[in-house]
Design a protein around this ligand. Sequence first.
Ligand SMILES: *Cc1c(COP(=O)(O)O)cnc(C)c1O
Length: 423
Amino acid sequence: MKNTIEHAADLDSKDTLSDYRGRFHIPESNDKEVYYFTGNSLGLQPKSAQSYVQQELDDWAKFGVEGHFHAKNPWVSYHKILSGPFARLVGANEDEVVAMNGLSVNLHLMMVSFYRPTAKRFKIICEAKAFPSDQYMLESQVKFHGLEPDQTIVEVGPREGEHLIRKEDILAKIEEVGDELALVFWGGVNYYSGQVFDLKGITKKAHSVGALAGFDLAHGVGNVKLDLHDWNVDFACWCSYKYLNSGPGSVSGIFVHSKHGSDDSMPRFAGWWGHDESRRFLMEKEFVAMQGAQGWQLSNAPVLIMASCKASMDIFDEVGMDKLVEKSKKLTSFMEFVFNDISSRYSNCNLEVITPKEEGSRGCQLSVLAHGQGKEMFDFLTANGVIADWREPNVIRLAAIPLYNSFADVYSLGQIIENYLKR
Ligand SMILES: *Cc1c(COP(=O)(O)O)cnc(C)c1O
Protein backbone atom coordinates (compact mmCIF):
# COMPACT_ATOMS: atom_id res chain seq x y z
CA MET A 1 0.00 0.00 0.00
CA LYS A 2 1.02 3.60 -0.58
CA ASN A 3 -0.29 6.82 0.86
CA THR A 4 -0.56 8.50 -2.55
CA ILE A 5 -3.41 9.86 -4.64
CA GLU A 6 -2.42 7.49 -7.47
CA HIS A 7 -2.75 4.47 -5.23
CA ALA A 8 -6.11 5.68 -3.85
CA ALA A 9 -7.35 6.28 -7.42
CA ASP A 10 -6.19 2.82 -8.44
CA LEU A 11 -8.09 1.24 -5.53
CA ASP A 12 -11.20 3.26 -6.46
CA SER A 13 -10.98 2.15 -10.10
CA LYS A 14 -10.92 -1.51 -8.99
CA ASP A 15 -13.81 -1.03 -6.55
CA THR A 16 -16.92 -2.80 -7.88
CA LEU A 17 -19.14 -0.80 -5.48
CA SER A 18 -17.85 2.65 -6.47
CA ASP A 19 -21.04 3.51 -8.39
CA TYR A 20 -23.12 3.32 -5.22
CA ARG A 21 -21.69 6.61 -3.96
CA GLY A 22 -23.81 8.33 -6.62
CA ARG A 23 -26.96 6.85 -5.09
CA PHE A 24 -26.52 8.88 -1.89
CA HIS A 25 -26.78 12.56 -1.08
CA ILE A 26 -23.31 13.65 0.05
CA PRO A 27 -23.60 16.76 2.25
CA GLU A 28 -21.74 19.88 1.13
CA SER A 29 -19.87 22.60 2.93
CA ASN A 30 -18.74 25.73 1.05
CA ASP A 31 -20.06 24.20 -2.19
CA LYS A 32 -17.78 21.21 -1.79
CA GLU A 33 -18.72 17.67 -0.85
CA VAL A 34 -17.63 16.96 2.70
CA TYR A 35 -15.49 13.99 3.69
CA TYR A 36 -18.18 12.13 5.58
CA PHE A 37 -16.86 9.64 8.13
CA THR A 38 -19.83 9.52 10.48
CA GLY A 39 -22.01 6.92 8.78
CA ASN A 40 -21.69 5.08 12.11
CA SER A 41 -23.72 7.87 13.75
CA LEU A 42 -26.13 8.85 11.01
CA GLY A 43 -25.95 7.13 7.65
CA LEU A 44 -26.39 9.27 4.54
CA GLN A 45 -29.67 9.59 2.68
CA PRO A 46 -30.21 7.30 -0.31
CA LYS A 47 -31.50 9.45 -3.19
CA SER A 48 -34.30 6.92 -3.59
CA ALA A 49 -35.62 7.60 -0.08
CA GLN A 50 -37.60 10.61 -1.22
CA SER A 51 -39.74 8.71 -3.74
CA TYR A 52 -40.40 5.88 -1.27
CA VAL A 53 -41.65 8.36 1.33
CA GLN A 54 -43.52 10.36 -1.35
CA GLN A 55 -45.36 7.19 -2.37
CA GLU A 56 -46.82 6.89 1.13
CA LEU A 57 -47.61 10.61 1.38
CA ASP A 58 -49.41 10.37 -1.98
CA ASP A 59 -51.36 7.29 -0.90
CA TRP A 60 -52.28 8.99 2.35
CA ALA A 61 -53.56 12.01 0.39
CA LYS A 62 -55.41 9.76 -2.03
CA PHE A 63 -56.89 7.15 0.29
CA GLY A 64 -56.95 8.52 3.83
CA VAL A 65 -57.68 5.69 6.22
CA GLU A 66 -58.36 3.33 3.31
CA GLY A 67 -54.63 3.35 2.64
CA HIS A 68 -54.29 0.71 5.33
CA PHE A 69 -55.68 -1.70 2.76
CA HIS A 70 -55.60 0.11 -0.59
CA ALA A 71 -52.22 1.83 -0.61
CA LYS A 72 -49.74 0.41 -3.11
CA ASN A 73 -47.97 -1.10 -0.10
CA PRO A 74 -50.88 -1.62 2.32
CA TRP A 75 -50.01 -0.02 5.66
CA VAL A 76 -51.69 -2.74 7.67
CA SER A 77 -48.76 -5.01 6.84
CA TYR A 78 -46.10 -2.42 6.02
CA HIS A 79 -43.69 -3.68 8.70
CA LYS A 80 -43.52 -7.00 6.89
CA ILE A 81 -41.69 -5.56 3.92
CA LEU A 82 -38.73 -4.99 6.22
CA SER A 83 -38.66 -8.50 7.66
CA GLY A 84 -36.87 -10.11 4.72
CA PRO A 85 -34.09 -7.51 4.49
CA PHE A 86 -33.63 -7.40 8.29
CA ALA A 87 -33.48 -11.20 8.45
CA ARG A 88 -30.78 -11.28 5.77
CA LEU A 89 -28.73 -8.64 7.58
CA VAL A 90 -28.68 -10.41 10.92
CA GLY A 91 -28.76 -14.04 9.77
CA ALA A 92 -32.25 -14.94 10.93
CA ASN A 93 -35.45 -16.53 9.71
CA GLU A 94 -38.01 -13.96 8.63
CA ASP A 95 -40.35 -14.74 11.50
CA GLU A 96 -37.53 -14.15 14.00
CA VAL A 97 -37.35 -10.41 13.22
CA VAL A 98 -39.68 -7.45 13.08
CA ALA A 99 -39.32 -3.70 12.59
CA MET A 100 -40.87 -1.60 15.34
CA ASN A 101 -40.32 1.34 17.72
CA GLY A 102 -36.94 2.82 18.60
CA LEU A 103 -33.91 0.95 19.85
CA SER A 104 -34.02 1.81 23.56
CA VAL A 105 -37.76 1.11 23.65
CA ASN A 106 -37.18 -2.31 22.13
CA LEU A 107 -34.39 -3.12 24.57
CA HIS A 108 -36.83 -2.48 27.41
CA LEU A 109 -39.46 -4.69 25.79
CA MET A 110 -36.92 -7.48 25.36
CA MET A 111 -35.80 -7.15 28.97
CA VAL A 112 -39.39 -7.59 30.13
CA SER A 113 -39.39 -10.98 28.46
CA PHE A 114 -35.81 -12.13 28.85
CA TYR A 115 -34.70 -10.72 32.20
CA ARG A 116 -36.65 -12.57 34.82
CA PRO A 117 -34.54 -12.49 37.96
CA THR A 118 -35.08 -15.03 40.75
CA ALA A 119 -33.71 -14.94 44.31
CA LYS A 120 -30.75 -17.01 43.19
CA ARG A 121 -30.29 -16.12 39.53
CA PHE A 122 -30.52 -12.37 39.06
CA LYS A 123 -27.22 -10.93 37.84
CA ILE A 124 -26.51 -9.29 34.51
CA ILE A 125 -23.08 -9.18 32.87
CA CYS A 126 -22.48 -6.26 30.52
CA GLU A 127 -19.58 -4.33 29.03
CA ALA A 128 -18.08 -1.51 31.06
CA LYS A 129 -18.83 1.91 29.56
CA ALA A 130 -21.63 0.60 27.40
CA PHE A 131 -23.52 3.23 25.38
CA PRO A 132 -25.25 5.45 27.99
CA SER A 133 -28.78 4.57 26.89
CA ASP A 134 -27.98 0.89 27.45
CA GLN A 135 -26.62 1.64 30.92
CA TYR A 136 -29.75 3.61 31.84
CA MET A 137 -31.92 0.86 30.41
CA LEU A 138 -30.20 -1.86 32.45
CA GLU A 139 -30.17 0.13 35.68
CA SER A 140 -33.82 1.09 35.42
CA GLN A 141 -34.81 -2.49 34.63
CA VAL A 142 -32.90 -3.76 37.64
CA LYS A 143 -34.55 -1.16 39.91
CA PHE A 144 -37.93 -2.01 38.41
CA HIS A 145 -37.43 -5.52 39.80
CA GLY A 146 -36.61 -4.04 43.22
CA LEU A 147 -32.91 -4.87 42.96
CA GLU A 148 -29.80 -2.79 43.54
CA PRO A 149 -27.82 -2.04 40.35
CA ASP A 150 -24.51 -2.25 42.27
CA GLN A 151 -25.20 -5.77 43.40
CA THR A 152 -26.80 -6.91 40.18
CA ILE A 153 -24.92 -5.50 37.21
CA VAL A 154 -21.45 -6.95 36.71
CA GLU A 155 -19.31 -5.00 34.25
CA VAL A 156 -16.35 -6.39 32.34
CA GLY A 157 -13.92 -3.80 31.01
CA PRO A 158 -10.44 -3.57 29.54
CA ARG A 159 -7.53 -4.46 31.81
CA GLU A 160 -5.50 -1.64 33.34
CA GLY A 161 -3.63 0.18 30.58
CA GLU A 162 -5.55 -1.55 27.76
CA HIS A 163 -8.33 -0.27 25.50
CA LEU A 164 -10.01 -3.48 24.43
CA ILE A 165 -11.92 -6.11 26.37
CA ARG A 166 -10.30 -9.53 26.24
CA LYS A 167 -12.54 -12.37 25.25
CA GLU A 168 -11.05 -14.63 27.92
CA ASP A 169 -12.01 -12.05 30.58
CA ILE A 170 -15.64 -12.05 29.41
CA LEU A 171 -15.82 -15.83 29.42
CA ALA A 172 -14.09 -16.08 32.82
CA LYS A 173 -16.57 -13.62 34.34
CA ILE A 174 -19.51 -15.62 32.99
CA GLU A 175 -18.02 -18.75 34.54
CA GLU A 176 -17.41 -16.95 37.85
CA VAL A 177 -20.91 -15.50 38.21
CA GLY A 178 -22.21 -18.91 37.13
CA ASP A 179 -25.54 -19.90 38.64
CA GLU A 180 -26.24 -16.34 39.81
CA LEU A 181 -26.18 -15.16 36.21
CA ALA A 182 -29.54 -14.42 34.57
CA LEU A 183 -28.42 -12.60 31.45
CA VAL A 184 -25.39 -11.54 29.45
CA PHE A 185 -26.23 -8.28 27.71
CA TRP A 186 -23.56 -7.04 25.35
CA GLY A 187 -22.95 -4.82 22.33
CA GLY A 188 -22.10 -6.47 19.04
CA VAL A 189 -19.57 -3.75 18.27
CA ASN A 190 -18.42 -1.32 20.96
CA TYR A 191 -19.44 2.21 19.97
CA TYR A 192 -16.31 3.79 21.48
CA SER A 193 -13.49 1.46 20.46
CA GLY A 194 -15.01 -0.22 17.40
CA GLN A 195 -14.19 -3.64 18.87
CA VAL A 196 -16.26 -6.51 17.45
CA PHE A 197 -17.16 -9.21 19.95
CA ASP A 198 -17.49 -12.95 19.51
CA LEU A 199 -21.26 -13.16 19.97
CA LYS A 200 -21.32 -16.86 19.20
CA GLY A 201 -18.73 -17.61 21.89
CA ILE A 202 -20.39 -15.34 24.45
CA THR A 203 -23.80 -16.91 23.79
CA LYS A 204 -22.44 -20.44 24.11
CA LYS A 205 -20.74 -19.62 27.40
CA ALA A 206 -23.83 -17.87 28.80
CA HIS A 207 -25.95 -20.90 27.95
CA SER A 208 -23.41 -23.25 29.53
CA VAL A 209 -24.06 -21.67 32.96
CA GLY A 210 -27.83 -21.53 32.42
CA ALA A 211 -28.11 -17.84 31.49
CA LEU A 212 -29.51 -16.11 28.41
CA ALA A 213 -27.66 -13.87 25.95
CA GLY A 214 -28.98 -10.70 24.31
CA PHE A 215 -27.22 -8.11 22.19
CA ASP A 216 -27.43 -4.49 21.14
CA LEU A 217 -26.40 -4.44 17.48
CA ALA A 218 -26.60 -0.67 16.92
CA HIS A 219 -23.03 -0.68 15.59
CA GLY A 220 -23.05 -4.22 14.26
CA VAL A 221 -25.95 -4.37 11.84
CA GLY A 222 -25.02 -3.43 8.28
CA ASN A 223 -21.39 -3.23 9.39
CA VAL A 224 -20.31 -6.80 10.11
CA LYS A 225 -21.63 -10.26 9.21
CA LEU A 226 -24.11 -11.63 11.71
CA ASP A 227 -25.60 -15.08 12.10
CA LEU A 228 -27.93 -14.72 15.05
CA HIS A 229 -30.03 -17.81 14.45
CA ASP A 230 -27.12 -20.20 14.08
CA TRP A 231 -25.26 -18.57 16.95
CA ASN A 232 -28.28 -19.43 19.08
CA VAL A 233 -28.61 -15.84 20.35
CA ASP A 234 -31.73 -15.37 22.49
CA PHE A 235 -32.61 -11.81 21.49
CA ALA A 236 -31.12 -8.73 19.84
CA CYS A 237 -32.10 -5.19 18.87
CA TRP A 238 -30.65 -2.61 16.50
CA CYS A 239 -31.38 0.82 15.08
CA SER A 240 -31.55 1.59 11.37
CA TYR A 241 -30.26 5.17 11.21
CA LYS A 242 -26.55 4.39 11.65
CA TYR A 243 -25.03 1.89 9.21
CA LEU A 244 -28.49 1.21 7.74
CA ASN A 245 -28.96 4.71 6.30
CA SER A 246 -32.69 4.91 7.08
CA GLY A 247 -32.92 8.46 8.40
CA PRO A 248 -32.86 10.17 11.81
CA GLY A 249 -34.69 8.23 14.50
CA SER A 250 -35.83 5.65 11.98
CA VAL A 251 -37.37 2.37 13.01
CA SER A 252 -35.54 -0.24 15.07
CA GLY A 253 -35.44 -4.01 14.57
CA ILE A 254 -35.68 -6.91 16.99
CA PHE A 255 -34.61 -10.53 16.79
CA VAL A 256 -36.21 -13.20 18.95
CA HIS A 257 -34.84 -16.69 18.40
CA SER A 258 -37.41 -19.15 17.08
CA LYS A 259 -36.98 -21.29 20.20
CA HIS A 260 -38.64 -18.45 22.18
CA GLY A 261 -40.98 -17.07 19.53
CA SER A 262 -43.89 -19.34 20.39
CA ASP A 263 -43.33 -19.46 24.14
CA ASP A 264 -46.59 -18.02 25.42
CA SER A 265 -45.48 -18.42 29.03
CA MET A 266 -43.01 -15.55 28.62
CA PRO A 267 -44.12 -12.30 30.18
CA ARG A 268 -44.36 -9.46 27.72
CA PHE A 269 -45.85 -6.01 27.42
CA ALA A 270 -48.55 -6.38 24.82
CA GLY A 271 -50.27 -4.16 22.29
CA TRP A 272 -52.81 -4.73 19.54
CA TRP A 273 -50.23 -5.07 16.75
CA GLY A 274 -48.76 -8.12 18.49
CA HIS A 275 -52.19 -9.76 18.67
CA ASP A 276 -53.13 -12.59 16.30
CA GLU A 277 -53.54 -10.66 13.04
CA SER A 278 -56.44 -12.75 11.79
CA ARG A 279 -58.49 -11.50 14.75
CA ARG A 280 -56.84 -8.10 15.35
CA PHE A 281 -59.76 -6.06 14.11
CA LEU A 282 -62.40 -8.02 16.01
CA MET A 283 -61.35 -5.85 18.97
CA GLU A 284 -61.82 -8.71 21.41
CA LYS A 285 -60.67 -9.01 24.98
CA GLU A 286 -57.71 -11.27 25.82
CA PHE A 287 -54.40 -10.98 24.03
CA VAL A 288 -53.30 -13.84 21.77
CA ALA A 289 -49.72 -13.30 20.65
CA MET A 290 -48.64 -13.63 17.05
CA GLN A 291 -46.04 -16.35 16.69
CA GLY A 292 -42.46 -15.17 16.34
CA ALA A 293 -41.02 -11.70 16.74
CA GLN A 294 -44.21 -10.06 15.45
CA GLY A 295 -45.89 -10.99 18.73
CA TRP A 296 -43.80 -8.31 20.49
CA GLN A 297 -45.22 -5.45 18.41
CA LEU A 298 -47.29 -2.86 20.23
CA SER A 299 -48.37 -0.20 17.77
CA ASN A 300 -49.33 0.02 14.15
CA ALA A 301 -46.43 0.61 11.80
CA PRO A 302 -44.84 4.10 11.46
CA VAL A 303 -45.04 3.95 7.69
CA LEU A 304 -43.20 7.15 6.75
CA ILE A 305 -39.94 6.22 8.48
CA MET A 306 -40.33 2.63 7.39
CA ALA A 307 -40.54 3.86 3.80
CA SER A 308 -37.11 5.46 3.97
CA CYS A 309 -35.83 2.33 5.67
CA LYS A 310 -37.21 0.25 2.80
CA ALA A 311 -35.40 2.47 0.28
CA SER A 312 -32.14 1.70 2.04
CA MET A 313 -32.89 -2.00 2.48
CA ASP A 314 -33.36 -2.35 -1.27
CA ILE A 315 -29.78 -1.14 -1.70
CA PHE A 316 -28.49 -3.55 0.94
CA ASP A 317 -30.32 -6.40 -0.74
CA GLU A 318 -28.87 -5.46 -4.10
CA VAL A 319 -25.30 -5.48 -2.78
CA GLY A 320 -25.38 -8.08 0.00
CA MET A 321 -23.25 -8.12 3.14
CA ASP A 322 -20.49 -10.26 1.60
CA LYS A 323 -19.50 -7.63 -0.93
CA LEU A 324 -19.95 -4.82 1.55
CA VAL A 325 -17.70 -6.46 4.11
CA GLU A 326 -15.11 -7.27 1.46
CA LYS A 327 -14.84 -3.58 0.51
CA SER A 328 -15.11 -2.41 4.09
CA LYS A 329 -12.02 -4.42 5.02
CA LYS A 330 -9.99 -2.87 2.21
CA LEU A 331 -11.17 0.65 2.98
CA THR A 332 -10.51 0.33 6.69
CA SER A 333 -7.06 -1.20 6.14
CA PHE A 334 -6.22 1.71 3.86
CA MET A 335 -7.32 4.21 6.49
CA GLU A 336 -5.21 2.42 9.11
CA PHE A 337 -2.26 2.43 6.73
CA VAL A 338 -2.59 6.17 6.12
CA PHE A 339 -2.69 6.89 9.89
CA ASN A 340 0.37 4.72 10.53
CA ASP A 341 2.22 6.34 7.65
CA ILE A 342 1.53 9.82 9.02
CA SER A 343 2.48 8.82 12.57
CA SER A 344 5.81 7.45 11.31
CA ARG A 345 6.70 10.63 9.42
CA TYR A 346 5.73 13.33 11.92
CA SER A 347 7.50 13.46 15.25
CA ASN A 348 4.76 15.77 16.59
CA CYS A 349 2.07 13.19 15.90
CA ASN A 350 0.98 9.88 17.30
CA LEU A 351 -2.36 8.70 15.96
CA GLU A 352 -2.89 5.60 18.06
CA VAL A 353 -5.62 3.41 16.60
CA ILE A 354 -7.25 1.65 19.56
CA THR A 355 -9.61 -0.41 17.40
CA PRO A 356 -8.39 -4.02 16.99
CA LYS A 357 -5.90 -4.64 14.20
CA GLU A 358 -7.30 -8.04 13.24
CA GLU A 359 -9.88 -7.76 10.46
CA GLY A 360 -12.30 -10.14 12.17
CA SER A 361 -12.39 -8.01 15.32
CA ARG A 362 -13.40 -4.72 13.75
CA GLY A 363 -15.83 -3.30 11.25
CA CYS A 364 -15.73 0.06 9.45
CA GLN A 365 -14.90 2.20 12.45
CA LEU A 366 -11.43 3.21 13.56
CA SER A 367 -11.13 5.00 16.89
CA VAL A 368 -8.04 7.12 17.09
CA LEU A 369 -6.49 8.31 20.31
CA ALA A 370 -4.98 11.61 19.36
CA HIS A 371 -2.42 12.08 22.10
CA GLY A 372 -1.98 15.67 23.16
CA GLN A 373 -3.83 18.00 20.82
CA GLY A 374 -6.76 15.77 19.95
CA LYS A 375 -9.54 18.33 20.20
CA GLU A 376 -7.54 20.98 18.37
CA MET A 377 -6.83 18.60 15.50
CA PHE A 378 -10.46 17.55 15.44
CA ASP A 379 -11.58 21.16 15.12
CA PHE A 380 -9.10 21.67 12.27
CA LEU A 381 -10.53 18.60 10.48
CA THR A 382 -14.04 19.98 10.86
CA ALA A 383 -13.01 23.39 9.52
CA ASN A 384 -11.56 21.60 6.48
CA GLY A 385 -14.64 19.66 5.50
CA VAL A 386 -14.11 16.42 7.44
CA ILE A 387 -17.16 15.21 9.32
CA ALA A 388 -15.87 12.97 12.10
CA ASP A 389 -16.94 12.32 15.64
CA TRP A 390 -15.30 13.46 18.86
CA ARG A 391 -15.78 11.45 22.02
CA GLU A 392 -14.51 12.64 25.39
CA PRO A 393 -11.90 12.34 26.72
CA ASN A 394 -9.80 12.17 23.55
CA VAL A 395 -10.99 9.79 20.86
CA ILE A 396 -11.83 10.64 17.25
CA ARG A 397 -14.10 8.06 15.66
CA LEU A 398 -14.02 7.68 11.89
CA ALA A 399 -15.94 5.18 9.81
CA ALA A 400 -15.35 4.75 6.09
CA ILE A 401 -18.64 3.35 4.77
CA PRO A 402 -18.29 0.93 1.85
CA LEU A 403 -21.51 2.09 0.16
CA TYR A 404 -20.46 5.71 -0.21
CA ASN A 405 -16.93 6.42 0.95
CA SER A 406 -14.06 6.20 -1.52
CA PHE A 407 -10.38 5.45 -1.11
CA ALA A 408 -9.82 9.03 -2.31
CA ASP A 409 -11.87 10.26 0.68
CA VAL A 410 -9.49 8.43 2.98
CA TYR A 411 -6.44 9.81 1.18
CA SER A 412 -7.84 13.34 1.49
CA LEU A 413 -8.45 12.84 5.20
CA GLY A 414 -4.77 11.97 5.56
CA GLN A 415 -3.76 15.08 3.63
CA ILE A 416 -5.86 17.31 5.88
CA ILE A 417 -4.28 15.74 8.96
CA GLU A 418 -0.84 16.41 7.45
CA ASN A 419 -1.81 20.01 6.76
CA TYR A 420 -2.67 20.34 10.42
CA LEU A 421 0.67 18.88 11.49
CA LYS A 422 2.60 21.13 9.09
CA ARG A 423 1.08 24.40 10.30
C1 LIG B 1 -26.92 4.60 18.91
C2 LIG B 1 -27.09 3.70 20.05
C3 LIG B 1 -28.24 3.76 20.84
C4 LIG B 1 -29.31 4.81 20.59
O1 LIG B 1 -30.54 4.44 21.07
P1 LIG B 1 -31.89 5.08 20.46
O2 LIG B 1 -32.93 4.47 21.28
O3 LIG B 1 -31.94 4.70 19.02
O4 LIG B 1 -31.79 6.56 20.61
C5 LIG B 1 -28.37 2.85 21.88
N1 LIG B 1 -27.40 1.93 22.12
C6 LIG B 1 -26.27 1.86 21.38
C7 LIG B 1 -25.25 0.83 21.68
C8 LIG B 1 -26.08 2.75 20.33
O5 LIG B 1 -24.95 2.70 19.64
